[in-house]
Design a binder for this molecule. Sequence first.
Ligand code: AR6
Length: 172
Amino acid sequence: METRLQLIKGDITTLRVDAIVNTANPSLLGGGGLDGAIHRAAGPGLLEVCRLLGGCKTGEAKITRGYKLPARFVIHTVGPVWGVGDRQEAEFLASCYKNSLAQATIHDCKTIAIPNISTGVYHFPKELAAEIAIREVKTYLAANTTPEKVIFVCFDDENLAIYQKMLQGEIK
Ligand code: AR6
């Protein structure tokens, strides 16, 4: 199972994989951070189709094509904003990973690249977010044959160091 996990540092918009995950907001109409980078790289076709999706609730995930991206699909998920007071942030973040992976399975994506959801503008604590991400991905892979490979993509050094420590001995 362990060889199905990979960890890299880099820009997720450049990856030629079956699906990348976008850290969107409930409107699904673009934003800053990674969301902005994905929309810029995908071109206007992505926004056009996102307008038809009717938004997305926190913890859920919706899929589109990748348009000009090297990735075939974009799975848009909405992470929780840390500290808004509902105390369900951890459950919502776990749902983001589960529902994104389920979309990958439904669309027969063999490789999926996932960023550090909610750890930017949404301020989810990075250690806790990584714990949840790794736990959910491992649980999902143990129960499903597709996707075959999950690539954790870290953009900042702090997240990379956290993932390296938590995945020590388990990644190739
Ligand atoms: N490739 C991989 N990871 C990236 C990239 C990239 N090109 N760019 C940033 N990251 P954020 P959130 C990392 O703020 O916290 C948007 O405005 C970044 O280092 O993009 O889920 C949406 O519209 C961080 O670790 O997403 C929402 O309103 C992680 O991606 C809101 O931000 C997430 O950072 C979502 O906030």
